[in-house]
Design a protein around this ligand. Structure first.
Ligand code: GLN
Length: 467
């Protein structure tokens, strides 16, 4: 019997290499787990019948294009869209011996923090089915946490890998901007979007990152990446950890989250790290406002391509203009419409410099604030999310409350920096996530620190109700 709740990808790889297990058996085990538990989790929008190979199954967020497999981005406008090519990350995954298990639920066009903006209904948190798994990558998070996939791909624009990992209690990496190809990935905000791994532990996360990352001729923003080292560190000797005071123990961060983090930092010190307070005053104050101008501005441009002529849905109209209007009205949900309006307004002539231009200048300030801290610290640590998983429906009528979920994840995303979520404890019986932020291309040091901490914390990633 394969215990899909506990099997790591690394162990699966070993069993496959030793021929103690076949790819088909592995695939069948996850299919069975999906049949048993996905009706209550709704992690998947599509499940493949055939592995198409003999490797480790991989769940894929449905914003990532898969040849011959419907790719909806959680939107009605792409409900019938079947890509004719694989995204580069899928090409890399297949070349690395992985097989596509299915496509996971997401907020529409990855816009959201709970998957409640999916046109196909929300996913549920494996720890508590009445709560959200986070978003936008809640489907990938619920799949990994619920034992429906050994690992998964997510995408992160302002926190969509890190925050669901925090709310579901597992590991997720938002890689440095430019290390993973965006070719074939449905674009949300191109200067922020990054694909990254979702996994049960830091070693699996590093392994998947090593498979998907690297320069891609089809994405001119990508670069060569330092060789990925599978971490086996057990101490944090000499590691200089900075704790931005605006992100820790402040109003809005739940006391249970602060308590779990404080305990994790004590563990970090006992492992040899030096922990000191630091400050990111403007990044935290202005990050969310700045993001919610830049991301919608880029989204309004990226979503212009859904015109009824080129992809997916097409409504009838008396002429071209009416056809486009009807298609976009019927195809987009409320959140993309809201962002297209905000973005179009922010980019309109007369307002462009006041809004978009100012936001870009603030972004430079955010980047500089981080750069200065990395002269004194190796990593920055804070909670990933200010709260544990919240009840489904709790924030759907208040977009600004929903946006404030991202207050801790957004600053480093704006600065293009890598961030690793690891679970650090429970509050009210729900997982609390800790994020480690590093300088650009410092994935290896995040993996080392994350691995040492994860071992010492000893968090059990299997949701209590499924043990
Ligand atoms: N929650 C943020 C948003 O709604 C981030 C989403 C993401 O990273 N894709 O834009």
């Amino acid at each position: 019997m394969i215990d899909t709740l506990r099997l790591t990808a690394e162990e699966a790889k070993r069993l496959l290499a030793a021929k103690e297990l076949s790819g088909a058996e592995l695939f069948a085990a996850y299919r069975a787990a999906i049949d048993a538990r996905d009706p209550e989790l709704h992690a998947f929008l599509y499940v493949c019948d055939d592995p198409g190979g003999d490797g480790i199954p991989l769940a894929v967020k449905d914003v990532i294009g898969t040849k011959g497999i419907r790719t909806t981005a959680g939107s009605k406008i792409l409900e019938s869209y079947v890509p004719v090519y694989d995204a580069t990350v899928i090409v890399n995954a297949k070349a690395g011996g992985l097989t596509v298990l299915g496509k996971t639920n997401t907020d529409e066009f990855a816009m959201g923090s709970s998957t409640e903006n999916s046109a196909f209904g929300p996913s549920h948190n494996p720890w508590d089915l009445t709560r959200v798994p986070g978003g936008s990558g809640g489907g990938s998070a619920a799949a990994v946490s619920g034992g429906l996939a050994p690992w998964a791909l997510g995408s992160d624009t302002g926190g969509s890998i890190k925050q669901p990992a925090a709310l579901c209690g597992h590991v997720g990496l938002r890689p440095t901007y430019g290390t993973v190809s965006r070719y074939g990935v449905v674009a949300f905000a191109s200067s922020l979007d990054q694909v990254g791994p979702v996994a049960k532990n830091v070693r699996d996360c590093a392994l998947l990152y090593s498979i998907i990352s690297g320069r891609d001729e089809n994405d001119s923003t990508t670069v060569d990446v330092p060789a990925v080292e599978l971490p086996d560190a057990e101490d944090l000797n000499g590691l200089r950890i900075g704790i931005p005071k605006e992100m820790n123990g402040v109003e809005g961060v739940e006391p249970g989250v602060t308590a779990a983090l404080t305990k994790a930092l004590e563990i970090a010190e006992s492992l040899g790290a030096r922990v000191d307070e630091c400050s990111l005053p403007r990044s935290v104050d202005y990050g969310v406002a700045c993001y919610y101008l830049i991301a919608p501005a880029e989204a309004s441009a990226n979503l212009a391509r859904y015109d009824g002529a080129r992809y997916g849905l097409r409504e009838d109209g008396a002429d071209f203009r009416e056809m486009v209007m009807r298609t976009r009205d019927a195809g987009f949900g409320d959140e993309p419409k809201r962002r297209i309006m905000i973005g179009t307004y922010a980019l309109s002539s007369g307002y462009y410099d006041a809004y978009y231009g100012t936001a870009q200048r603030v972004r430079t300030v955010i980047k500089r604030e981080h750069d200065e801290l990395f002269e004194r610290f190796d990593v920055l640590v804070s909670p990933t999310s200010p709260t544990v998983a919240f009840p489904i429906g709790a924030k759907t009528n208040d977009p600004v409350a929903m946006y404030m979920n991202d207050v801790l994840t957004i600053p480093s995303c704006m600065a293009g920096l890598p961030g690793l979520n690891i679970p650090c404890g429970l509050s009210e019986g729900l997982p609390v996530g800790l994020q480690l932020i590093g300088p650009q291309f410092a994935e290896n040091s995040l993996f080392r620190a994350g691995r040492a901490l994860e071992q010492a914390i000893g968090f059990d990633v299997v949701p209590e109700r499924l043990r």
